[in-house]
Design a protein around this ligand. Structure first.
Ligand code: FUL
Length: 683
């Protein structure tokens, strides 16, 4: 009996031991990790930014805080229309510019005299934050707020008292409108060398946020919730770590270098994932002049791949118009964008495939990457940092997209991976593509390939933990045409998609298949608008329409000063060429005829690290001797973060033959300044 009991117990022990060997061991997390709130936030992927305020009505990107609050007067404001548009677009929330750099508050703040209360809207009785937060609740959207610490209106700005005032303002917003998922702190400050200096009390601001909204993700150049990814063009780094070292850094001037914001840091001590903020229009605020400059679906898809497809959330700005509604062009484009995403990712070819791996950790099987559950994943043995997986489609498949997701609660682990396909003619693997980080989501685009299997080889800092794989055949979008005009007025229209038929108009009307058909270059020397559309399938598939506004072609212009061979580049109608001018020497141009001028445009060098002009004077003259100053100590707003064409209107028209641009201050210290193009506005 005794020995029977003994052998029974022995067997039991063996069974327990064996089963514990087979049981999945929890995977130890690696490196910095997301908080629960950050993990939730990263799964939002896509939400709306709304820039709205006095600038919507004054047509500037940065108001100076001196504008009459009465300019803010939307005639038909409807936050429910914003929310329903965001919802229909597939977005998960809305972040509103509650207070931009002009200090104007979209709610009747007790701590400011520059608010909706002082405006004409609803007789001063309106509260936009209330209307928008209610609309977000109704449509099941998250609600977030942008508040600019830089405030050009508040009299206390630049004094130590301002910090407490800003904290009170924050407190008011964060305690008054229900749950806030994200608090956006803008690091921008255009005060310049001689402007007001404010030392911000970030600890106080953060404490105010978390006291009211413990779950809120704080956005800034350095988080701590999420980080700016370093540009306003929608392009996160190809390498994009959610980890970064933030100690010793601050938003704004003391932020880490742009390159680091763009790509994060491998092994960084803090978890600060990237958010990509970009506008659907050229500027952040609405302007009637950009109604025909809304980004095309193709441009938006590119942004999708360089943001969501690169481990970043996408915060897409859709600025309401002067009625206080999202303009029909923008909302239509948002719906087209949603449809394009859904079409590209309609069918995941991984579903019927057979997966295998070079190494699988017990309990973390490869099929976990095939289910739709992000919480289940495959992993290799703890010590295997370079495992591979193979996908056998069982038959030939054709595709051009690969999607991978790491399981973030265990840390970001993969530092690079390569993808090969089986070439049946060569009877061997061929390299398809390579990439670095994965993170929450990584999507690779490559030319169509037909094969029956692929292999993915990882290199990781700790055994990879992969939640999902997607393989898709995306229909290539029909590209919108591009229109270019040279110095002499010769217009060329091209299209990336091979062999479409292109139609165009030169009178501002929408081109259709009954418009002029583009067959060869043509001349347009004077001011005018050229619109073009590409069509295929006998007109059944149409691209978005592209609009180019031109002024007088600079054919006969001459640079008076400075001299040199290369100076002509600033009037060659080619935005890809540029010059540097030393010592802030003025640029003087002879237009060769007297013109009625309404303003001018400056195309800076399109790089954020370029010494572009920030503050300037602008003069005109009849004879090149006596000058009239038409812009005094003016600034190109937001040119540092968004170095795009600047269109500047004069206060009144002037007749002149010569123009002169004199830089006063550059976006960064430099002994030379950069110019790509200068043109005049006569229309
Ligand atoms: C920048 C600001 O200066 C722009 O006006 C805009 O609000 C953008 C989102 O952030 O820093």
């Amino acid at each position: 009996m005794k020995s029977a009991l003994k052998s029974f117990l022995f067997c039991l022990l063996i069974i327990v031991l064996l089963s514990s060997c087979n049981k999945e061991k929890p995977i130890a997390p690696y490196g910095a990790l997301p908080s629960d709130h950050q993990y939730e936030w990263q799964q939002l992927e896509y939400y709306m930014f709304v820039h709205f305020g006095p600038n919507t009505f004054t047509d500037v990107e940065w108001g100076d805080g001196k504008e009459d609050p009465k300019v803010f007067n939307p005639t038909d404001l409807d936050c429910r229309q914003w929310a329903s548009t965001a919802k229909a677009a597939g977005m998960k929330g809305i972040i509103i510019t509650a207070k931009h750099h002009d200090g104007f508050c979209l709610w009747p703040s007790k701590f400011s005299t520059h608010t909706v209360r002082e405006s004409l809207w609803k007789g001063g009785k309106g509260d936009l934050l209330k209307e928008l937060s209610d609309a977000c609740k109704e449509y099941g959207l998250k609600f977030g707020v942008y508040l600019s610490p830089w405030d050009q209106n508040h009299p206390a700005y630049g004094t130590p008292e301002y910090n407490q005032i800003f904290a009170n303002t924050l407190n008011e917003v964060l305690s008054g409108y229900g749950e806030v998922f994200e608090q956006w702190f803008d690091g921008a400050n255009g005060e310049g060398h001689n402007g007001k200096k404010q030392v911000y009390d970030w600890d106080l601001f953060h404490e105010t946020v978390y006291r009211n909204q413990p779950q809120a993700i704080i956005f800034s150049d350095v988080g701590p919730g999420c980080r700016w990814m370093g540009n306003e063009r929608g392009i996160a780094g190809e390498t994009n770590w959610a980890t970064m070292n933030i100690e010793g850094f601050e938003p704004g001037r003391n932020a880490p270098p742009i390159k680091i914001l763009n790509s994060g840091e491998q092994g960084g001590k803090a978890w600060v994932p990237a958010e990509t903020d970009v506008s659907i229009r050229p500027g952040w605020f609405y302007s009637p002049s950009t109604d025909d400059k809304v980004k095309t679906v193709e441009e938006l898809m590119d942004i999708y791949y360089t943001s969501v497809g690169r481990n970043s959330n996408l915060l897409l700005n859709v600025p309401p118009d002067r009625r206080g509604r999202i303009h029909p062009v923008d909302s239509l484009r948002l719906m087209e964008f949603r449809r394009a995403i859904e079409e590209e990712f309609k069918e995941n070819l991984i579903k019927g495939a057979k997966l295998s791996s070079s190494d699988t950790r017990t309990g973390y099987t490869v099929s976990n990457m095939q289910d739709d559950d992000y919480e289940t994943y495959w992993s290799s043995d703890e010590n295997n940092l370079s495992p591979s997986i193979e996908v056998d489609f069982k038959e030939e498949k054709t595709f051009n997209r690969l999607l991978l997701q790491e399981y973030l609660p265990l840390g970001q682990r993969v530092s690079s991976f390569s993808v090969s396909y089986w070439d049946k003619n060569k009877n061997d693997w061929q390299l398809l593509t390579e990439a670095t980080t994965i993170g929450y989501k990584r999507i690779l685009r490559f030319p169509l390939v037909t094969t029956n299997k692929i292999k993915i080889e990882f290199k990781a800092l700790a055994a990879p933990v992969i939640s999902s794989i997607g393989v898709y055949k995306a229909k290539e979008q029909l590209s919108a045409p591009s229109v270019e005009r040279d110095k002499s007025g010769l217009v060329t229209i091209k299209c990336k998609t091979p062999d479409p038929v292109i139609y165009y108009s030169t009178d501002g009307t929408e081109p259709t298949i009954n418009s002029l058909r583009y067959e060869k270059t043509f001349i347009q020397k004077g001011a005018g608008t050229i619109k073009a559309i590409a069509v295929i399938d006998k007109g059944n598939t149409k691209s978005n329409i592209v609009t180019m506004d031109y002024d007088i072609a600079p054919e006969k212009w001459k640079i008076v000063s400075p001299s040199g061979e290369e100076v002509g580049r600033v009037i060659d109608s080619n935005a890809h060429t540029y010059i540097y001018i030393a010592d802030k020497k003025p640029l003087i141009i002879d237009l060769n005829e007297n013109l009625i001028l309404k303003g001018f445009t400056y195309v800076p060098l399109g790089r954020m690290d370029a010494p572009n002009i920030y503050r300037y004077n602008f003069y005109v003259s009849d004879d090149g001797i006596e000058w009239l100053k038409v812009k005094d100590n003016a600034t190109f707003n937001n040119i540092k973060n968004n170095p795009v064409i600047q269109s500047i209107a004069f206060d009144k028209e002037v007749r002149a033959r010569y123009i002169k641009l004199t830089p006063i201050e550059l976006v960064k210290e430099s002994d030379k300044y950069a110019i790509s193009e200068i043109e005049v506005i006569t229309r």
